[in-house]
Design a protein around this ligand. Structure first.
Ligand SMILES: [Zn+2]
Length: 124
């Protein structure tokens, strides 16, 4: 789904009447940073777009700084709520079976080895 600059308000005609009604709102926020010559970026649906509607994957250095200036409510509306991303699970390589084991599961994994419930020694 691309940037919908012209569809911030999606409207529908009411049948038989010369009226339209807003059926959906696609909130959009314009941010600008990095100096006069830097084009603005648009935030919508958790994505970043350039003026021409192209999605920006490599966000510029000033992006985070400008994003931080928005209110939580605004960020939430455009899909940039400050809810922290799920932390990367730290993994440890099991010396017995070579499996990548989440540190949280490490004790259980080792206990399972002791009970011979998992794995065999690598290359054994
Ligand atoms: Zn193991």
């Amino acid at each position: 789904m691309g940037l919908m600059l012209d569809k911030v308000h999606e409207v529908a005609k009411i049948p038989g009447r010369q009226e339209t009604r807003i059926v959906k709102i696609n909130p959009l926020v314009r941010i600008k940073g990095g100096g006069e010559l830097t084009p603005p970026l648009f935030l919508q649906g958790g994505r970043v777009y350039a003026e021409n509607g192209q999605e920006i994957v490599d966000r510029p250095d000033w992006f985070e700084e400008e994003l931080a200036k928005l209110t939580e409510a605004t960020k939430e509306q455009v899909g940039f709520s400050a809810a922290p991303p799920a932390p990367a699970v730290s993994m440890r390589t099991c010396t017995t079976c070579g499996a990548e084991v989440a540190k949280k599961q490490w004790g259980l994994h080792q206990a399972n080895h002791k009970r011979k419930l998992v794995g065999r020694p690598a290359g054994g």
